[in-house]
Design a protein around this ligand. Sequence first.
Ligand SMILES: O=C(O)C1=C[C@@H](OP(=O)(O)O)[C@@H](O)[C@H](O)C1
Ligand SMILES: C=C(OP(=O)(O)O)C(=O)O
Length: 746
Amino acid sequence: MTERKTPAIKPLVERLVVVGLGLIGGSFAKGLRARGVCREVVGVDLDPQSRRLAVELGVVDRCEEQLAAACQGADVIMLAVPILAMERLLGELAKLDLGAAVLTDAGSAKGNVVRAVEAAFGVVPARFVPGHPIAGSEQSGVEAANGELFKRHKVILTPLAHTDAVALQRVDQLWRELGADVEHMQVEHHDQVLAATSHLPHLLAFGLVDSLAKRNENLEIFRYAAGGFRDFTRIAGSDPVMWHDIFLANREAVLRTLDVFRDDLDALRDAVDAGDGHHLLGVFTRARVAREHFSKILARRAYVDAMHSNDLVFLANPGGNVRGRIRVPGDKSISHRSIMLGSLAEGTTEVEGFLEGEDALATLQAFRDMGVVIEGPHHGRVTIHGVGLHGLKPPPGPIYVGNSGTSMRLLSGLLAGQPFDVTMTGDASLSKRPMNRVANPLREMGAVVETGPDGRPPLTIRGGQKLKALTYTLPMASAQVKSCLLLAGLYAEGVTTVTEPAPTRDHTERMLRGFGYAVESKGPVASLQAGGKLTATRIEVPADISSAAFFLVAASIAQDAELLLEHVGINPTRTGVIDILRLMGGDITLENQREVGGEPVADLRVRGARLKGIEIPENLVPLAIDEFPVLFVAAACAEGRTILRGAEELRVKESDRIQVMADGLISLGVKCEPTPDGIIIDGGQIGGGEVYSHGDHRIAMAFSVASLRATAPIRIHDCANVATSFPNFLALAEQVGIRVAVEGQQ
Ligand SMILES: O=C(O)C1=C[C@@H](OP(=O)(O)O)[C@@H](O)[C@H](O)C1
Ligand SMILES: C=C(OP(=O)(O)O)C(=O)O
C-alpha cells in the first residue's frame, strides 16, 4: 500500500472527491493523497472491484458507492468518468446540495462537457473549472494509477468568462502540486488544437490498421510491416471505447481538421498520380523540418524545466592553450544570400558549406514558408529548387526570423516587390533593433511598410505595390540596407543606385553576378536594373571570417599558440579584423590563397604574439563590424591603450556591444571607458568573474576567448544564442585547447 503523507496542519483541501477511479481519476487521487495536500480523499465508482482496489492500493482514504454520500462536505469534486458518462453524472450532481464545492473534470474534449454542465445545471456554475490533463498510458484502470503520471505533463484548464477566480486558482494549484505544467486556454481553442494534434492522428492510426487488416492479403502485409508501420500505428492500440467517446464529443472540431487534411491528402494523391515529384518533395522536406522544429521546441522546454531558467551559462576556465587546425562553419552573410538568390533563380541551385546556424536556418524556413522546395541542409549541403523572381507564394502566417537582423532587413527589400502581404517578427533582441533604415528608403520606392513603435519590428510589408527605382545615399555604412535596396531594385522600374559612405561587405553584388544578374559597382556606388533574371548556379560557402575571428584573437593572445584556420573567406570587405590585429602586432599569414565561386579564400596561420594598443583606423570599422567584441578582448590583453572611434553602429547590434562589452570587461577588472561611438581600453590583467552576454552570441564567444588570459574562471550568462552563428563553437574551442564548456557539463 502506498505511503500516505500526513496532511499539513492546514491542508490545501479538506475533502477531495474523485468520481471515476480509472487511470486518470486514480492517478489524480493517489498523487494528491501521497503528497498530503488533502485531509481526506474519497473515491466514487460504480464498480465494486475498483472501489475495493482503490482503498487497498492507497489511491483513496475511503470509497462510497453513492454520489450523494461521497459529496457531503466536499471542497473539490473531480469528475474523471468517460466523456459520454458525463451527462448522466452531471444530471445526478445537479440534484445535490454541493455547498461551496469546486467542480472540475478531466475530459479530453471541453465544448461538450461545458454544454452538458449547462444542460444539467441550467447555467454553468461559476465554481466549475473545465480541465484536461494531457497524459495517459496504454494501461488502464485503478491498478495502473500512478501518482507521478502528470509530472511534467501539460494540463489545460479552459475557464469561462464568469469562472470564479478562486475556484480556478484552487484547481490550478492542485495540478501544480502533481508536478503538471498548467496552461489556460479558451474552450474552442482547446478543442481545435486537440482535434489536430491528438484526435486526427488517432483516427488515422485506427483507420489505417483497420483498412489494411480488412484486406485478404492482410497476413502478408503484416508479416512485412516494418518499424515505420509499427511507429505510425502504435496509438491504434489505445482504448476503443474512450476514443469512440472522444470523436462523438468533439465532432465539429474533428470534422474541420479532417476536411483540411482530406484536401491535403487528395493533393498528395494527385501528385503521385501525375508524377509530380516537386510537390512530394515540398511536402516531405517541409514536414521533416517541422517535425525537427517541434522536437527542438520540446527539448528546449525540457531543458528549461530542468534548470528552472533559460540561462545557458558557459564556464570558461583559465589555463587553456590554442593549437591545431580547424575549419569554422560557413559564412553567415553568404549563407543567407545563397538561400534568397537560389530561391529567386530559375533552376536548381546547389549550395555547399552552408551555415547550419539558427540565423541562416531562419532565412531558409522563410522561403520554405513561401513555397520554395529546399532540400537539406545535410552536412552543409542544400539544394534549392528555385521558383524564379515571380514564383514566391504567400506564407501561411507571419514569418519568424528569430535573432537575425540580416534576414529581416534583406527580406524586407525582396518582399516589397511581391504581390502578397507579409509580416515578419523576431525575438526579444531583434524586436529592439531599428528598421526605419530600411523602411524609409523602401517607402521612397513606393513600398508600403508598417513597423512597430519607433520603427522597431514587427514589420508588415504590403504586397502588390508598383515600385520605382531609387537613387539613394546611405546615411550609415550598412551592407544590410544596401542589400535590401538592391533586392527591392530587382522589382523596381528603372535603375536602382545605392551609394555607401564607406565600403561594406559586397556579397550581394558578387552573388547576383554569380547568378548571371548584371550589377554595376563603381567605387562606393552599386546599381542594377530591374527586368533581368537569375539563373541557378553552384555556391561554395567559405568558412566565416567572423567566426574565425574568435580563434584569430585566441591564438594571438595565448602563450606559444599556433593555429591554422582552413578555407576562410577573405573578401577584402571583411578582412578588417586581420588588418587591426596586424596593426596591434599580431602574427597572421595567409596561405594557399584562391578564389571559390567569386569569393577569395585562404588558410590563415596565426601564432601567439605580444600585442600592443593602437588607435583603430576608422576606415577599418565597417570592415570588421562584427569582430569588435573579440577585438576588445585583444585590446584588454595588449600593452597600452586601444582607442576605437566611429563605431556607433555597434550600439544597435544584437546588444549594445559597446556598453555590454565595457560592463563585462570592467567586472573582470579591465580598465576601459565606453564613449558614444567607441571605447577606450587600457590593456592589463584580466581577472575572473560573472559577465552577461545579454543573449548576444558574439559577446558570449568573446568572453570565452578572454579566459585564455584570465587569472580565474569566467562565468558567462545567457549563451544560448551562440547557436545563431556558430553552433559548434564549444566543440572547436575544446579541440584547440580553450577550456570553455556549458556549466555543469565539464
Ligand atoms: O549584410 C550582412 O550580411 C551583414 C551586415 C552587417 O550588418 P549592418 O549592415 O547592419 O552593418 C553585419 O553586422 C551583419 O552581421 C551581417
Ligand atoms: C549583427 C549580426 O547579425 P544580424 O544583424 O544578422 O543579426 C552579427 O552576426 O553580429
